[in-house]
Design a protein around this ligand. Structure first.
Ligand SMILES: Nc1ncnc2c1ncn2[C@@H]1O[C@H](COP(=O)(O)OP(=O)(O)O)[C@@H](O)[C@H]1O
Ligand SMILES: [Mg+2]
Length: 308
């Protein structure tokens, strides 16, 4: 459906926002591009959609080169931008119908009606945009992006700054769109969102696509948790009775840390604490922590340079 090869972007400022990114997207999948702010997500989407020019590399959409065959490529794409920009004084119906016209498609009121109904905007069709709530405005942007019947839909941070209930509605909606056969590529800086939505996840950091993986596999890697015990007495070394556990001493022997997979049901913390106490190790406090996105990136980049 989409093929990105060796894409790089250097902005006029000299800043390299994308470095040699290659990616293949299959028809009908939901792909999440996960990365922190400034990673290059919007730049990548903007190049694919033909809003920003690449410095190097090529993009094809449904086999159409997005530079040489721009109109055909762009017609296959719907883009829901990160920023909410709409004309406050137009009606819902007019703005969505007009969007379709921009792609040179003949008017199709049945299609516009179907789109508005699927987004629960039908009863607002005659409302001026400025009267819509924030959630409705987001849905309106999706309606505009779907107005010309695209095969690939890009959602750039669809739920950034959105409350939890609206986020769940948005996820529901994205799934139902996929069920209609639309390929979906969304960007997010929320791990939870990528986990909830995606079939595959690409992690982007400092302009590099550092990995692309099936969700299940990536989540196994992301789910790392750590239990830290603050010991009453520092230990010079781990008691032999505890050698079978993934334990490590830190803080000059005053802390015992246990690293485990937070999603692994077979992890037995109670059993571990009992074994520690049976080994005669007393602790005064304990905490658990979960690896943050930032930690994960650091780990991923480290693993990668170690194996390179
Ligand atoms: N027009 C521009 N000129 C120079 N630098 C830019 C421009 N647009 C974005 N950048 C920089 O490129 C990097 C990636 O930005 P962006 O693609 O918006 O990231 P994301 O969407 O992942 O937050 C950022 O460091 C940003 O400041
Ligand atoms: Mg962005």
């Amino acid at each position: 459906m989409l093929s990105v090869s060796n894409l790089s972007k250097k902005y006029a400022s000299g800043f390299s926002a994308l470095k040699n990114v290659s990616l293949e997207i299959q028809p009908g999948e939901i792909f999440a591009l996960l990365g922190p702010n400034g990673a290059g997500k919007t730049t990548l989407i903007s190049i694919i959609c033909g809003i920003v020019n690449a410095s190097e590399g090529t993009v094809t959409v449904g086999g159409h080169d997005n530079v040489r065959d721009y109109r055909a490529a762009r017609a296959m794409i719907g883009l829901v931008p990160q920023e909410l920009t709409t004309d406050a004084f137009e009606s819902v119906w007019d703005t969505v119908s007009f969007s379709r016209g921009l792609f040179g498609k003949p008017a199709n009121p049945q299609h516009i009606e179907k789109v508005l109904k699927s987004l629960s905007l039908w009863d607002k069709k005659d409302n001026k945009i400025r009267t819509l709530s924030g959630g409705m405005k987001r849905r309106l942007l999706i309606a505009k992006a779907l107005s010309h019947e695209p095969q690939v839909l890009f959602l750039d941070e669809p739920t950034a700054g959105v409350d939890v209930a609206l986020r769940r509605d948005m996820w529901e909606l994205v799934r139902s769109l996929r069920d209609t056969g639309v390929t979906i590529i969304l960007t997010t800086h929320y791990i939870e969102e990528a986990e909830e939505m995606a079939d595959r996840i690409g992690v982007i950091s400092h302009g590099e696509l550092i990995l692309v993986e099936e969700k299940a596999e990536l989540m196994r890697k992301l789910g790392k948790k750590q239990l830290t015990l603050n010991l009453q007495q520092p230990l010079a070394e781990l008691p032999a009775a505890l050698s079978g556990y993934q334990l490590a001493l830190s803080g000059e022997g005053s802390e015992l840390t246990y690293t485990y997979d937070g999603r692994d049901e077979s992890v037995d913390i109670v059993g571990l604490l009992k074994a520690i106490s049976d080994a005669g190790v007393a602790f005064k406090d304990l905490q658990t922590s979960q690896s943050s996105l930032e930690d994960i990136f650091v780990d991923l980049v480290k693993d990668r340079s170690a194996s390179a």
